[in-house]
Design a protein around this ligand. Structure first.
Ligand SMILES: Nc1ncnc2c1ncn2[C@@H]1O[C@H](COP(=O)(O)OP(=O)(O)OP(=O)(O)O)[C@@H](O)[C@H]1O
Ligand SMILES: C[C@H](N)[C@H](N)CCCCCC(=O)O
Ligand SMILES: [Mg+2]
Length: 254
């Protein structure tokens, strides 16, 4: 039944969760059937589940799914998934993740799946995040950092996705740091403009820097859910979910 998007990033800390939460809020607020998934999360402390990625995604969706269901692999050490799992004597099984996704996809018209870190993050000894993207078959939303350096990182990740024929729905650029000086503002604008010329897919944003994000995550998410880039992203995602013509096709298995 379901469809959805796989949200990856040019790096860890670029705003995958922020963009995913704003997207999910927008879809939920407009009455769409949307579920969430964070297959693997590291750096998660049991006493801070509500501030974890999975906790924040569930809060944005407002669903009653259990955190175990949407996030089967959670580890305390803030490391790459393979390292964090190994430290606990565990192995991340791709089949387990695919099975969980299928159950969520049977429940919702659209499932927003957030990866971990960037595209080539090791998940187990013989596979990485890109392998999961290929197997799950969802189009990708790539989140990148708006600012100097963002062009290269985004184009490298797009190249990595194209190598495996992964469909890319859009790039969303995000201001993770305040652009206060004219030079920083020019770097941000130039990054997005040049990326638009070279990405070959829609480049949305930049999402503005949210100074109160640390103290009011949900308030920032609500505000961004109304922003033009997130409205445009939600329209693209929903058009794909309901199979409207012109939406990005699923990429073939690698
Ligand atoms: N638009 C923004 N405005 C202000 N701060 C931001 C913004 N985007 C990201 N940040 C900062 O970067 C941090 C990381 O954002 P986020 O958790 O969404 O990244 P991520 O890509 O999901 O990271 P991970 O790889 O750990 O999942 C946020 O907690 C916040 O401190
Ligand atoms: C701990 C962090 N917040 C993420 N959950 C995991 C990031 C893994 C990055 C691995 C790497 O690219 O070096
Ligand atoms: Mg995250």
């Amino acid at each position: 039944m379901g469809n959805g998007v796989f949200v990856t990033g040019t790096d860890t800390g670029v705003g995958k969760t922020l963009v995913s939460c704003a997207l999910v809020r927008r879809l939920a607020q407009t009455g769409r059937s949307v579920g969430v998934m964070k297959p693997v999360e590291t750096g998660v402390l049991p006493e801070q589940l509500s501030e974890s990625d999975a906790g924040r995604l569930l809060a944005a969706a407002g669903t009653c799914d259990g955190i175990e269901e949407v996030s089967p692999y959670r580890f305390p050490l803030p490391l790459a998934p393979l390292a964090a799992a190994s430290a606990q004597g565990r192995v991340i099984e791709i089949q387990e993740i695919l099975g969980r996704y299928e159950r969520l996809a049977a429940r919702y018209a659209c499932v927003v799946v957030e990866g971990a870190g960037g595209l080539l993050v090791p998940m187990a000894k013989d596979w990485d995040l890109r392998d999961l993207i290929g197997r799950i078959g969802l189009p990708v939303v790539l989140v990148g950092r708006a600012g100097l350096g963002g062009i290269n990182h985004a184009l490298l990740t797009l190249e990595g996705l194209r190598q495996r024929h992964c469909a890319v729905m859009a790039v969303v650029m995000n201001e993770t740091a305040l652009s206060t000086t004219p030079a920083q503002q020019e770097q941000c604008a130039s990054t997005v403009a040049l990326l638009r010329e070279r990405a070959g897919v829609p480049v949305l944003g930049p999402l503005s820097y949210q100074p109160h994000l640390g103290s009011d995550w949900s308030g920032a998410v609500e505000m961004l859910a109304q922003s033009d880039p997130i409205r445009a992203l939600a329209n693209l995602v929903w058009a794909h979910a309901v199979g409207m013509p012109g939406s990005p096709r699923r990429g073939p298995e690698p």
